[in-house]
Design a protein around this ligand. Structure first.
Ligand code: NAP
Length: 487
């Protein structure tokens, strides 16, 4: 399959603009050979109008028709031979990671297809007293989805946001992530073939390229766009939330943003299982170069010889792991700036000896700071996107609770404790800061299923009510309505 490099406005390809860009191969540190043309205001207008027209037809499709459409998208993606090479080239991610992410993407599409065919997925309620009331849900309208840099497949063109919005009955316009425009191009073509094969309306899916913020901003401001799905930085997500709130008709932005995923380890766990947890956390911190929204960025415990031992073991384990290639030079630059700012603080002691980090590669590292200094410095509580972890040594359990209370909203929080320990106070405080509370595990690895909640209080996500993963993700794109006296 050929990479086209144009915008997909329904089934039409279009490249009317003058702004052209390429993606980047972070492993070789060179631009890729593929070129993409940024969408013009007219092309954005065309895609939005087409989505608006398509909505009038698509919203009337039956659940089983949309299920067929989602399955067809999965089948079409599965046939793209070039996908692995293109994905690995412009992300620096491994073939194994490609395979996992592709399987996750196909699984999500098929899971939503099954969900649409399950009984009463809308949870309709009928009250037969006079007047007869029926409460149900209807789709919101065209949705703009921003491709994520850290998941070129599973949270991008045919990822969780697009899949759940299409399942809900909403047309989707994807703003491709500028680092993964070629992966987007191949997947967009697959979706458009599925549109044709299943007789879905033209305009139910479009994909636009953009290297400046203008494409995304114009989409969010467009009168025909009724909701937004986003995964990325707090700055980016917040900018889009503010834009959407300032519209004449404000619309919801479902943004999944930064998280430091704090971990608290008990004294007894450190005494009994320091090596086990050091290995598990070295693995989790270094997974995917730390470029996961659930990567553990803070580990908190009481200051004592067991925590010292754990800190030493963790840094030894991290030192054994090869340097990681970051997704893009900009992401590496942001990582180095934030990490080095923290390492330079007087109160912070680095436990890793940072060697030379060539091109786009970074070394996994860990620092330690006392609880009081941690509480005083906001920079220590912010996401450093990459393999980096701050160990916080506290004077007692009360300081641990103060620290948890001082944190902003998080996607996850983790408690490591032995069975006989009382963790009720910690659980009580922790649950009000996170969307998922884990006992004796690691936060990386988000299972796609009905029971998953992947969200949390701001800034983990723009609204704490909804999940970006699992079947409940569909609830972001539908709204309640009650029909009275209809029979
Ligand atoms: P990003 O800068 O937030 O960008 C994500 C998408 O949003 C891009 O498509 C970008 O489009 C768009 N965007 C960002 N700011 C915008 C604005 N003000 N107006 C309109 N559109 C805007 O994230 P990124 O490029 O993926 O990575 C940068 C940093 O984000 C990372 O270093 C990391 O700190 C963080 N990040 C966090 C997570 C997480 O899950 N927690 C995931 C990924 C990234 P254009 O650039 O084309 O305008």
């Amino acid at each position: 399959m050929k990479i086209i490099g144009e915008n997909f406005i329904g089934d039409k390809i279009s490249a009317k603009g003058n702004s052209v860009f390429s993606t980047f191969n972070p492993k070789k540190n060179v631009s890729t050979p593929w070129q993409f043309t940024e969408a013009t205001p007219n092309e954005i207008e065309e895609a939005c109008f087409l989505a608006y027209q398509a909505f009038k037809i698509y919203r009337k499709t039956k659940d089983n028709e949309r299920a067929l459409f989602l399955r067809e998208i999965a089948n079409e993606i599965d046939t793209i031979k070039e996908l692995e090479e293109v994905y690995c080239t412009e992300s620096g991610l491994s073939k194994e990671r490609f395979q996992t992410e592709k399987e996750r993407t196909l699984f999500q599409l098929r899971m939503f297809a099954d969900f649409l065919e399950s009984r009463n997925w809308r949870n309709e309620i009928i009250d037969n007293q006079a007047p007869i009331l029926k409460k149900t849900y209807i789709p919101l309208g065209p949705v703009a989805v921003f491709g994520a840099s850290n998941f070129p497949l599973a949270y991008s063109t045919a990822g969780g946001d697009t899949t759940s919005a299409l399942a809900a009955g909403c047309p989707v316009i994807v703003k491709s992530h500028p680092m993964h425009a070629a992966t987007n191009d191949l997947v967009a073509q697959a979706i458009l073939r599925a549109v044709k094969n299943t007789n879905m309306p033209d305009g139910v899916f479009s994909s636009l390229n953009g290297i400046s913020h203008q494409t995304g901003q114009a989409l969010v401001l467009h009168r025909h766009i009724k909701a937004v799905g986003f995964t990325g930085s707090v700055q980016g997500g917040r900018a889009l939330m503010d834009l959407a709130a300032g519209r004449e008709e404000p619309i919801p932005v479902f943004a999944e943003m930064g998280s430091v995923n704090p971990v608290v380890i008990s004294n007894l766990s450190l005494e009994r299982k320091a090596l086990f947890w050091a290995k598990a956390y070295a693995d989790s911190i270094s997974q995917g170069g730390g470029q996961f929204c659930t990567s553990p960025g803070i580990i908190i415990a009481e200051k004592n010889k067991h925590f010292d031992n754990f800190a030493r073991l963790l840094s030894t384990e991290l030192n054994k792991i090869e340097t990681a290639c970051m997704l893009h030079p900009n992401i590496k630059k942001q990582f180095i700036n934030k990490r080095d700012h923290i390492i330079a603080l007087d109160s912070v002691r680095s436990l890793s000896k940072i060697k030379k980090e060539h091109d786009n590669y970074i070394q996994q590292s860990v620092v330690i700071v006392d609880g009081n200094s941690f509480l005083k410095n906001k920079a220590l509580r912010e996401e450093v996107f990459g393999s980096f972890c701050v160990l916080v040594e506290c004077k007692d359990q009360y300081e641990i609770l103060d620290i948890i209370e001082s944190l902003e909203g998080q996607l996850t929080g983790t408690i490591i404790a032995e069975k006989e320990e009382d963790i009720q106070d910690l659980k009580e405080v922790f649950q009000y800061r996170v969307g998922r509370l884990i006992l004796n595990g690691v936060s990386t690895g988000v299972r796609v299923c009905k029971a998953m909640h992947h969200g949390g209080p701001y800034p983990a996500s723009s609204t704490p009510f909804f999940t970006a993963v699992g079947t409940d993700a569909i609830k972001r794109w539908i709204r309640p309505i009650t029909y009275q006296n209809f029979y």
